[in-house]
Design a protein around this ligand. Structure first.
Ligand SMILES: [Zn+2]
Length: 157
C-alpha cells in the first residue's frame, strides 16, 4: 500500500466524522506513478449526497499538503456503491455514535409487517420513521417508542 493510499484512507467522512472514507467503502483505488502523480478513484454514495465534492476537495488538499504535486480524482460510477461495502467496523462506529447503521433492521413479527429499525439507544424494534429525510439525504430520522429518543438511520442501499 502506498503512503498516498494511507493519507486518503484515513480521511474522515465530512458528514459522519466517526468513520473514514475507507470504512465507508467508497475508496476504490489510489495509484502513484514514479513522477509522484496521484490518481484517486472513489465511488459516490447516495446521488443526493453533497458530501462527495467535500470529500474530493479534502483528499486533494490532504495529498497536496503531504507533498504530492499532482492529484486527480476520478468518480467511478459503476459498479454502484451499496451499503454492503461499508465495513462491519464502520457500522459499529455508527452505532456507537447513535446512528442506526444500514442492516440494523428487523422484522416486526412472523408475518410480513413493515420493516423497523433497531434503536441504537435501547435496542428496541418498536420504532417509527418520523421524517423521510434526517439531517442529510443519506439518513432518515426515526423515533423510538420505547425510550422516546430520536435517532438517525443511515439508509441501506
Ligand atoms: Zn430506544
Amino acid at each position: 500500500m502506498s503512503s498516498a493510499w494511507k493519507i486518503v484512507a484515513d480521511l474522515p467522512d465530512p458528514e459522519l466524522p466517526v468513520v473514514t472514507i475507507a470504512d465507508l467503502g467508497i475508496l476504490r483505488d489510489v495509484t502513484e506513478d514514479d513522477q509522484g502523480r496521484v490518481h484517486v478513484q472513489i465511488t459516490p454514495t447516495y446521488s443526493g449526497c453533497p458530501a462527495m465534492e467535500t470529500i474530493s476537495e479534502d483528499l486533494v488538499e490532504a495529498l497536496l499538503s503531504a507533498g504530492y504535486q499532482h492529484v486527480d480524482v476520478e468518480f467511478v460510477l459503476s459498479p454502484a456503491w451499496t451499503t454492503d461495502w461499508m465495513t462491519e467496523d464502520a457500522k459499529q462506529k455508527l452505532l456507537a455514535y447513535g446512528i442506526a447503521p444500514p442492516g440494523a433492521v428487523g422484522h416486526g413479527g412472523a408475518v410480513a409487517l413493515p420493516l423497523s429499525v433497531r434503536c441504537p439507544q435501547c435496542g428496541s424494534l418498536d420504532t417509527r420513521e418520523s421524517s423521510r429525510f434526517g439531517s442529510t439525504a443519506c439518513k432518515s430520522l426515526w423515533v423510538c417508542r420505547s425510550c422516546h429518543e430520536p435517532f438517525d438511520h443511515f439508509k441501506a442501499l
